[in-house]
Every structure is written in C-alpha cells, then in structure tokens.
Design a binder for this molecule. Structure first.
Ligand code: UDP
Length: 370
C-alpha cells in the first residue's frame, strides 16, 4: 500500500517539484495550502505532468477544525512541512506577522500530529540558522582566506531578521518534540535552490521584480530588466562578490526522498524492537536523541560567487548579462556554503546536476516564455 504524506504548502516551485517527485516515487501526497502566497494554477501544471491531480485542500494551518478534518480523512505516515512566509524584507517590516504565521500555524500542525499519532516529519529548514561567519576574513597564516563552511554541529542563532528567527525557533520546538514527545524529525538545512522542472511546467518565476539572483539574471537575459544589481563587492572572496552554494531543485527534492527512506528505516527498526507507540517520553527510556532528531545540510559543497554566476550564465546561454555594483542588502551574508559530507555518508545524498545544466535548463524555460 502507498504511504500517505501530508505536504503543507506546495505552490512555490520547490514544493510543487516535491509533489511530483513523491507521487512518481509511489507515495500518495495530500496538500494543504491557504493560497495566500500562491496560485491554484500550479495544480493544473502538476496534473499535466502526472496525468492526475493530487488531493488538495485549501486550508489555513491556523484553522484547526478544517485541518483536523484532513487528518481524520487520511492515515498519514509522515508530514513534510514547507508552509511559511519567506520574504526577508517583509519579515523585517512585519515581524509579528511572521511569528504569527510561521510559528503559530506550525504549532497547530504539530498539535494535530500528536492528536493523530503522526510521528514522522521532514522539516524544511535553512542554512540561515547558522551563526554567520565573521565579516572579517580569517587569514590562514599564508595570506589566504580560510573558507568557512557550516557543518551540522556548528553554532546556530544570531538570526538577523524575523524570518530566519522563525526557522531557528521551529527547529528548537521540533527538537523538544523529539525529546519530550515521540516525534521523528529530519531537519534539512538548505539554501539557494535553483532551476525549473524538466517539463518546464514548474519553474521559479516570481511575479514582479524578483528578489533572488537566478530569476533576476534570467529577466536581464530576456531584456525584461535592463541590468543586474550586484549587491556590494567589498568582501575578500574570489572576486570580491558574495558567495553562495546553489543547489538544483531536482537534487534537493531527491534529498528529501533519501531523508524519508532513512526515517522509514529507523521507524522499522523501532517497530521490530517494540519501541513504537511507547507512551512515555523518549528521553526517559534512554533512547538517543540521534534517533529522533537528525539534521542534514543539503548542499552541493561547491561555492559560487555572484560574478561567477553571471559569467557562467553568459557562457551557457551565449548572452551578455549587464550588471552594476550597487548598495549592500541590509541582511545579506557575504559567504554562505556548507559541508555536505554528513548527508553523503548517512543518506547517500550527492548532487548530480551541474550549475551549467541548471542554468541551461532554466534558460530553456525563460527563453521559451519570450
Ligand atoms: N544578489 C545580487 N543581486 C540580486 C539578487 C541577489 O547581487 O538582484 C546576490 C546576493 O547579495 C547574494 C546572492 O546574490 O549574495 C544570492 O542572493 P539570493 O537573494 O538569490 O539568495 P540569498 O542567499 O540572499 O538567500
């Protein structure tokens, strides 16, 4: 029998990819979304790819009654929680709106998981919870800059805006639920996903002027925007522009599938050893927290500067991307990349899609729309 999975929020391009990937991997997906930040049309595109519509409910997670009905109707094996507001600038202007949306509605969801005994959750966290690397570069004694990358055990916190804070707090809440309740949590931290689905039906195409780098570059390439603003270049990276780790969305979604396999495998071991449904909190039974809350970075482990992104795009699509160096974004971090080894060793997760392929696929979509 197919395992049933609840997906909270789905119309942003990563999550619609996830719906397709999970359905294709023989899971039944049930989607809830309040459509505040998204369009029902994504369902039509998903239907075009799959040949059928997955079950969808227009529900605000804060509306317990409606969400309760969904939980009652299905016997969920696991939940994958993507639902939140995510614009950093907006969170700085409306911090309480972000805490109310992202924290309160997650707590309502976790309450229902407890009520219906749904133990497994994949939480979509972010590298933004890591304590930022110092803005002053650290010399290695030979005049070079030591590359700072985040591993799962690094310090978190120091969030510089309310959106990031909500991710940090939710990680802590889930950690508590893993220790003091019986949640099994896969906490996946990632950053800078790029590209579109190979069918081109699902893509990263925000309304209006994009905030993120790749859609902005693509809109410059299609002459919808005159030039790219490169935010600041005073940091001692390879070319003075800022550095990120860009992961293809297809790799990212595959990482979720691997994470679920691991969760499922752990669950089976628990069933065999008769630990499942134990009424007392895990910690009292001496069960290692490692069993119940695990964090993985899902990144490529390759860092790319903004200028390298521009140059690589130019090479792949054979077009010039005009740019100007401008002001620095208030909350921006100079270097964000991580160590992907734990996911590789424990989940067998390794990214397959190169930056060039991602950019080329992205361009296929954007150029076809013009
Ligand atoms: N960036 C830029 N111009 C833009 C958008 C982004 O120079 O119009 C830079 C930004 O400073 C960061 C990188 O591109 O170093 C990735 O930014 P994005 O907003 O895509 O993701 P972030 O890492 O900020 O979440």
């Amino acid at each position: 029998m197919k395992k049933t999975l609840l997906i909270t929020w789905w119309t942003w391009y990563i999550w619609s990819h996830a719906v397709v990937a999970f359905e294709e991997a023989w899971y039944k997906t049930v989607i809830v979304d309040n459509l505040v930040n998204s369009s029902i049309n994504t369902l039509i595109w998903i239907e075009k790819i799959l040949g059928y519509k997955p079950d969808f409910f227009e529900v605000d997670l804060r509306n317990n009654e409606k969400l309760d009905e969904v939980f009652k109707k299905y016997n969920f094996d696991w939940v994958i929680h993507f639902a939140w507001l995510k614009a950093v600038w907006e969170s700085c202007n409306y911090p309480l709106k972000y805490h109310d949306n992202n924290l309160v509605w997650s707590i309502r969801l976790f309450e229902l998981m407890e009520k219906y005994g749904v133990k497994n959750i994949i939480f979509s966290s972010s590298a933004t919870v890591y304590k930022p690397s110092p803005l002053t570069p650290l010399p290695d004694g030979e005049g070079n800059i030591i590359k700072l990358w985040y591993t799962e055990t690094d310090l978190t916190w120091d969030c510089s805006n309310p959106y990031w804070t909500t991710k940090f707090v939710l990680e802590q809440i889930l950690r508590d639920l893993a220790i003091h309740s019986w949640f099994n949590v896969m906490n996946l931290r990632y950053f800078n996903p790029i590209w579109a689905h190979e069918t081109w039906f699902l893509w990263e195409d925000p309304n209006g002027i994009p905030n993120n780098l790749l859609p902005y570059i693509m809109k410059v390439a299609t002459w919808d925007l005159p030039y790219l603003n490169i935010f600041w270049n005073d940091y001692k990276t390879i070319d003075w522009t800022w550095v990120r780790d860009y992961i293809d969305v297809n790799d990212l979604v595959e990482g979720h599938l691997f994470a679920y396999s691991k969760l499922d495998e752990r669950q089976k071991i628990k069933v065999e050893s008769n630990e499942q449904n134990h009424p007392t909190p895990l910690y009292k039974e001496g069960i290692n927290l490692k069993w119940a809350f695990e964090t993985y970075n899902l990144w490529t482990g390759k860092w790319v500067s903004v200028l390298e992104m521009v140059k690589t795009t130019e090479k792949v699509i054979w077009k010039e991307i005009p740019y100007k160096i401008v002001w620095r974004r208030e909350w921006d971090l100079a270097e964000v990349y991580c160590n992907p080894n734990k996911a590789y060793k424990e989940l067998w997760f390794k990214t397959k899609v190169s930056l060039e392929e991602s950019l080329s696929n992205s361009w296929k979509f954007y150029s076809s729309k013009n």
